[in-house]
Unconditional design. Structure first.
Lengths: 428, 331, 289
């Protein structure tokens, strides 16, 4: 049998004409079949375009090559997974769960486990293929809720990045590696605007999560890891929160004018075009540079950890969860075992621009930027989880934080910072 | 022409008369109805009409009234995220919650502003344009077609156009204000301007609709009324204000009802403008808030309560209109 | 009033009318030229692309991104339009031409259905299709047939939903029309002993053609243009109609910027614009009643 999805499906269709498969399908759909094992494994994810789509396709292809399980894949695009989340919430609320879906692990999973919507896969998945030994401690922890494994992380993204256009910062006479604090960044952005025609700091605010993420980087850079830990456990210091929001407000004087209506891809494009100097975003933004011809790492664009966060690897992860009630549980477990393999993670991460959560994956296949990130990850002294992606806080808190940004901080200013700080504290 | 159809129908009816009469039980004739067996005739026509209106009514009734009832039930319990409704405990907590929720209050205010400003502006623009088009101009049809064109477009499409027109760097609106020496504005991301910008875009899309309704109204006014006013020596402006506009009451009412319903449905436009569930600050209306609460935040019962309140708002707008139509014998 | 004054007024009138043409068409013109430029930010928004900066690339990218959505929209809008118009015509006949008491009450329920804000029914409708009538599962055996995919089950749910909510407006349009039809023919047919079905089939339907044109055009435009039901009942994905795909175009890694946004907007709008240009009269009639 051929190894690609398309011809396998048409083979199935041919068989159905012969009659046998259609009978099986009929019994399945009438609920006469045992356990509905003939249903395809339904997979939902948010990578509907660009690098994410090709990364997922490569991984899915790898799965189809080795396993004879029919899948029904639904890519649901949209900034920061909001559309995917909405879909998942609708499906689960309607008692209609898919088999598995891509979800941020950690605290984010509590919304599902508290309603028993996820199943334990410790013995069926994690104890296979040496996964427990191969996974790094952070991702392994994020895969569990209350001690049971319910998800398989596939990739790690870094959040605390500062990207820059090399020729713009050079003509402004700035050395990004010398920026030691968020305040230095504000100053550098001002210098850029004095010395060049470019915008100091490109930013996107069409949805609230990007500003929440920028604030989290500033906060981490200004107040350090333990203040960050206090904040995510609901015991943050309001003055510290406010002072970081004020820094964001100062930085906003150097935002692109259309920040309020663009998404992060459009904001990032300004860096590529030379219309902006600096940009903060997860490392998926780097894929936009890598896919751009004639825009090379270290010669046209560069990367440093967000000022003040050197030695920290602020992380976001994607994982595949095991739905307690989804169609075709056996096939779903097969899928989850596969996404935990080296093969799957090389296929996915090389294309996605993220790094693998398994420690035993060779760096040979990764490009220079990813290799340097893998090194920094392995040498990092701490890996604070992302707030804007819900690894660090429960979904309800995250919604409150996003609402706070949307309601109080859409137009950053000193007054707005005070109100937003209060709303941030009330989010827990 | 009609007579010919009549003849043809008669001819066909005759040729198939036998078979049809039998299905009526052989005795059913119009004479029977005339004889005045009241219940007989009513029930026969009633029964005969059932196969036609009942299936569409059942389908529509299930999805419209059944769903509203279900939604009302949902608004009386407390369903959040993924828990299931517990119908043994019913209360109006979700409605109370709405009135204590500042974001609900502001969404309700925005909805009111949108309803009033958008409807009034569309009516005024539509009436003026209709009066101009009505002045026996050449290419009248072409003008009318062009003015109504935006209405044939999807909210999603027009949102893309206006996102670009309102672009800070190179959008038409800022190019114009800049050229006029007024400077440039953040039309979408400044909360004080955003709702106005949205209303303006919607006026562009729907004023053509008001124009078409008014034009039909103007055409229905007999020419003598214009003549009479002119003989009395009234100026054009006075003539329209005193004589013509009062006769457009019907057109005004039906156009405003439909425009208000469009305004309540502006969800599509705002969703497309933001590319997601959070509309630009200052433009959140009840329709967008309901969908966000239901399908993004997972507050299903709260969303159901907002949905019911939107429904009541629509009823408040439509019920007087339907009564008015009924009184005029137009239902 | 002398003639030159009159001429002056006429000139002024036409100037205003052409000014309005500019007002209503300029956004479209700007969208069109923007979709053809390599760099929409480099020149005035309404200026046509300069010689060196003309490109069809954005149209190609937008078409690639939206083509499956276009097919889905067609599969959705055509059957839904025909069914809702057909059912609307039947309902109007049953409520108008055939006279019985209590008609107005039932009819009022139909009419009120036109004005329902969809937000009042979204949660139940989405739950109904997901939990109580999962067509995708029920019809699983169909998706094995060539040319059919599982997402066609979701499209079917969407079709039925649109038909249900389209019936009220269709019924209103047909009823207004049937009330004005002469009752003579119906009476004559009754005298000949024709059944209700025969009267509908032989008398009413042939006379309804112009109204079908109006209703079909109006409904096609409404269903093609809808976003909310598609978003909530099926969500983005393989089966999603073109309006869903359009909401995210221009802000993803592969399709970025206003060029592709504008091209996408035109591609998504093209079918309704063609229908409008061809049948503008019927559309105007549909919205006016």
């Amino acid at each position: 049998m051929s190894d690609n999805d398309l011809s396998r499906r048409s083979y199935l269709k041919g068989a159905s004409a012969a009659g046998a498969a259609s009978l099986a399908g009929l019994t399945g759909c009438l609920g006469l079949g045992g356990g509905g094992g003939s249903d395809p494994v339904e997979l939902l994810h948010g990578w509907s375009g660009g690098d994410g789509a090709s990364a997922f396709e490569a991984m899915h292809e790898g799965f189809q090559k080795e396993h004879d399980v029919e899948t029904n894949v639904k890519p649901i695009g949209g900034s920061g997974n909001t559309t995917l989340d909405a879909r998942i919430s609708t499906r689960l609320g309607n008692d209609d769960p898919p088999s598995s879906w891509a979800e941020w692990p950690g605290q984010n999973l509590t919304q599902f486990t508290s309603e028993d919507l996820l199943g334990d896969i410790e013995s069926d998945v994690w104890e296979e293929n040496g996964m427990k030994d191969a996974y790094l401690e952070g991702p392994k922890e994020a895969a569990q809720v209350g001690g049971s494994y319910v998800a398989v992380p596939t990739n790690i993204h870094r959040i605390n990045n500062l990207f820059f256009n090399k020729s713009v910062v050079e003509s402004a006479g700035i050395d990004p590696a010398g920026l030691e604090s968020p305040a230095d960044l504000v100053e550098a952005a001002a210098t850029v605007e004095e010395e060049t025609d470019a915008v100091g700091f490109s930013h996107a605010m069409s949805s609230p999560w990007t500003t929440l993420q920028l604030w989290a980087c500033v906060f981490l850079g200004e107040h350090g890891e333990s203040a960050y830990d206090d904040f995510i456990s609901g015991e943050g210091d309001q003055d510290a929160v406010q002072s970081s929001l004020e820094t964001v407000a100062e930085l906003s004087a150097h935002f692109n004018e259309d920040a309020g209506t663009v998404g992060f891809q459009e904001a990032n494009q300004k860096v590529i075009d030379g219309g902006a100097a600096f940009f903060d975003q997860g490392d998926w933004a780097a894929q936009q540079y890598i896919s751009q011809e004639g825009f090379e790492f270290e010669s046209e664009w560069g990367h440093v950890p967000f000022p003040g966060t050197d030695g920290l690897y602020s992380l976001n992860m994607d994982s595949w969860v095991y739905s307690a009630d989804g169609p075709n549980p056996e096939g779903t477990k097969e899928w989850l075992r596969y996404v935990g393999t080296k093969d799957a993670q090389v296929r996915f991460n090389t294309r996605k621009g993220s790094i693998p959560p398994r420690s035993d994956v060779s760096t040979e296949e990764f490009g220079p930027f990813q290799t340097s990130q893998i090194e920094e990850f392995q040498n990092s002294k701490a890996q604070p989880p992302s707030i804007a992606h819900g690894l660090a806080v429960a979904p309800e808190t995250l919604t409150n934080l996003k609402n706070a940004v949307s309601n109080e901080f859409s137009n950053p200013s000193m007054d707005a910072a005070a109100n937003a700080a209060e709303a941030f504290m009330n989010a827990f | 022409m009609i007579d010919r159809i009549h003849e043809a129908v008669r001819a066909r009816g005759e040729s198939e008369g036998d078979g049809d009469a039998r299905t009526d039980g052989g005795t059913a004739t119009v004479a029977d109805d005339d004889a005045g067996s009241f219940f007989g005739s009513v029930s026969r026509d009633f029964l005969g009409s059932l196969p036609f209106w009942l299936p569409p009514f059942a389908l529509m009734g299930f999805f419209v009234y059944g769903a509203i009832g279900w939604n009302f039930a949902l608004s009386l319990v407390n369903v959040q995220q993924f828990n299931q409704p517990n119908y043994s405990q019913l209360d109006f907590d979700q409605y109370l919650r709405a009135f204590g929720d500042p974001s609900f209050i502001s969404a309700a205010q925005n909805t009111a502003v949108l309803l009033v400003a958008f409807t009034l502006a569309c009516l005024v623009v539509g009436l003026l344009v209709a009066i101009l088009v009505d002045r026996h101009v050449r290419f009248e049809n072409t003008f009318r077609t062009i003015y109504l064109l935006p209405m044939s477009l999807s909210f999603v499409v027009t949102a893309q156009f206006w996102l670009w027109l309102y672009n800070f760097d190179n959008g038409l609106v800022n190019v114009v204000t800049q050229a006029l020496g007024l400077g440039r504005y953040k039309w979408i991301s400044n909360p004080e301007l955003a709702l106005g910008a949205v209303v303006f875009a919607l006026i562009w899309q729907f004023s053509g609709y008001a124009m078409v309704v008014y034009l039909a109204g103007l055409r229905a006014i007999p020419d003598e009324h214009y003549e009479a006013a002119r003989v009395d020596g009234a100026s054009t402006l006075k003539m329209y204000w005193r004589v013509i506009v009062p006769q457009l009451k019907g057109a005004t009412i039906s156009a405003s009802v439909v425009l208000m319903v469009f305004a309540l449905k502006a969800f599509d436009f705002l969703y497309a403008l933001a590319g997601g569930f959070f509309p630009p600050k200052g433009t959140d209306i009840l329709s967008t808030m309901m969908v966000r609460q239901a399908f993004s935040a997972g507050n299903r019962s709260y969303a159901a309560a907002i949905g019911i309140m939107l429904f009541l708002l629509a009823i408040a707008i439509v019920a007087p209109y339907l009564t008015y139509q009924y009184r005029r014998g137009e239902l | 009033m002398n003639t030159s004054d009159l001429d002056g007024r006429r000139v002024g009138l036409y100037a205003v009318l052409f000014g309005l043409v500019a007002f209503y068409l300029l956004p479209l013109e700007i969208g069109l030229v923007t979709s053809l430029k390599t760099d929409p930010l480099a020149s005035l928004p309404f200026a046509p692309p300069a010689a060196g900066s003309f490109t069809l690339e954005e149209w190609g990218r937008a078409f690639t991104a939206l083509k499956s959505g276009l097919v889905n929209s067609l599969l959705l809008a055509v059957p839904a339009t025909i069914l809702s118009a057909g059912l609307g015509s039947m309902a109007a006949y049953g409520l108008t031409t055939l006279q019985w008491r209590g008609q107005v009450g039932v009819f009022t329920l139909f009419i009120a259905g036109i004005f329902i804000p969809y937000q009042a029914v979204l949660l139940p409708v989405s739950r109904f299709w997901a939990t109580y009538a999962p067509l995708e599962e029920w019809l699983a055996v169909l998706w094995l047939l060539p040319g059919l995919e599982a997402y066609h089950g979701e499209l079917l749910s969407l079709i039925i939903t649109h038909v249900a909510y389209g019936i009220p407006i269709c019924t209103l349009l047909f009823r207004t029309y049937y009330k004005e039809l002469s009752g003579e023919m119906v009476e004559a047919a009754k005298l000949d002993g024709a059944t209700a079905y025969t009267i509908y089939r032989r008398v009413i339907l042939p006379l309804s053609v112009p109204m079908f044109a109006v209703t079909l055009i109006y409904q096609f435009t409404q269903i093609w243009n809808d976003l909310l039901f598609a978003l909530v009942i099926m969500g983005p994905g393989d089966g999603a109609p073109v309006t869903v795909g359009l909401t995210n175009i221009g802000s993803s890694l592969t399709n970025l910027g206003f060029g592709v946004k504008m091209a996408g907007a035109f591609i998504a709008a093209l079918p309704t614009m063609v229908v409008y240009v061809l049948f503008g009269e019927q559309f105007a009639e549909g919205v006016a009643s």
